[in-house]
Design a protein around this ligand. Structure first.
Ligand SMILES: [Zn+2]
Length: 89
């Protein structure tokens, strides 16, 4: 193992590991899932690649498990703030 260790996070949608810069962070604030565009908010966060990964995680209640909360509000406007990830690869 000679490769340098880059900080990576696991996308909760597809379970692939990725460098932080390629992922969008979400945090829970007062029981509500919020975008953390600068990845700077305190607390437990989850990471997704894009909208497709967000929706995949949302359908499986993956956010609650990853964030270790019993209930979680996902605002309907939130998905619109997540990059689609389809314009570039
Ligand atoms: Zn993903």
């Amino acid at each position: 193992m000679s490769e340098p260790t880059l900080p990576t996070r696991t996308c909760v949608g597809c379970r692939n590991r990725e460098s932080r810069g390629q992922l969008t962070r979400l945090v829970v604030i007062d029981g509500e899932l919020c975008l953390d565009p600068r990845a700077s908010l305190p607390g437990r966060g989850v990471w997704v690649h894009n909208r497709a990964c967000f929706e995949r995680a949302s359908k499986r209640n993956t956010f609650q498990n990853a964030l270790r909360v019993k209930t979680l509000q996902v605002p309907s406007a939130l998905v619109g703030q997540i990059p689609t990830g389809e314009s570039d690869s």
